[in-house]
Ligand binder design. Structure first.
Ligand SMILES: C[S@@+](CC[C@H](N)C(=O)[O-])C[C@H]1O[C@@H](n2cnc3c(N)ncnc32)[C@H](O)[C@@H]1O
Length: 237
């Protein structure tokens, strides 16, 4: 039943999973629903809805041209693992780093990773605007993904410093993506990026507009970014 719902949800994206990948997503879904009873992870609790709004939505940002073989991927503000876990299941060769400011969500994700057998996973506990100043993370990732974390102008200032030159920031955005893109245009340019592609996303049974945005990193991000939250909030780029 769950496999059938998931297959239908993934159909528009031409994504075919192996039996093992279906099983991994099923186990992840079960862990999400069970753990959500004792820890706030998601407002979506029906398996069919999870298949569409979490799994298919996460994988809607996938495109092999942006995710080269063995790529280092940073999922910024991963929460309960979206889009990072579905991407790591789809592409076991990726090195996915799960990044969040809430430790208890990372503890949940460590259980998920070990129970479903994802190798190449790493974890960062911290705030996006702080960790970007560490040499070990700055401009070290081929792809930074992010869904439902902040408005695009803020998120760009947080995300682009982690992307290596030639890499991409893939943001999953909802109904206001066009306004957010306009609002973020100077942040994208200041941080060294350009909009490579705006790909509208249609999930089955969902009317709301959404899109996967791909922002390519062309130039190094100036060292002073990202700024401290109070300064950035007072003077958004
Ligand atoms: C609404 S949740 C979205 C989670 C997941 N990406 C999803 O789409 O379901 C936002 C997540 O971003 C994290 N977050 C918010 N601000 C952050 C920051 N400055 N640095 C790192 N993580 C942050 C929160 O702790 C939370 O887990």
């Amino acid at each position: 039943m769950f496999d059938r719902d998931l297959k239908a949800a993934l159909d528009p994206f031409n994504i075919l999973l192996t039996d093992r990948q279906y099983e991994q997503i099923y186990v992840f879904t079960t862990l999400l629903i069970e753990t959500n009873k004792v820890m706030n992870l998601t407002a979506i609790t029906e398996p069919k809805e999870i298949a569409v709004k979490h799994m298919a939505d996460s994988l809607s940002c996938y495109d092999k041209t942006y995710f080269p073989k063995g790529a280092a991927v940073l999922d910024l503000g991963t929460g309960a693992g979206f889009p990072g876990i579905p991407l790591a299941i789809l592409r076991p060769d990726l090195h996915v780093t799960f990044f969040d400011s809430l430790q208890k969500r990372l503890i949940f994700l460590k259980t998920v990773v070990s129970k479903i057998g994802i190798s190449n996973a790493a974890f960062i506990h911290g705030r996006a605007e702080d960790e970007a100043h560490r040499a070990e993370y700055r401009e070290q990732f081929d792809v930074v993904t992010s869904r439902a974390v902040a408005r695009l102008n803020i998120l760009t200032e947080w995300a682009l410093p982690y992307v290596r030159i030639g890499g991409v920031f893939a943001a999953l955005k909802g109904a206001q993506y066009e306004e957010e893109l306009t609002e973020a245009s100077s942040a994208i340019s200041i941080l060294g990026g350009t909009v490579a592609e705006i790909r509208p996303v249609h999930l089955i049974g969902i009317e709301d507009k959404r899109a996967a945005l791909y922002i390519k990193k062309d130039r190094t991000s100036p060292k002073k970014y990202p700024r401290k939250p109070k300064i950035a909030a007072k003077n958004p780029l």
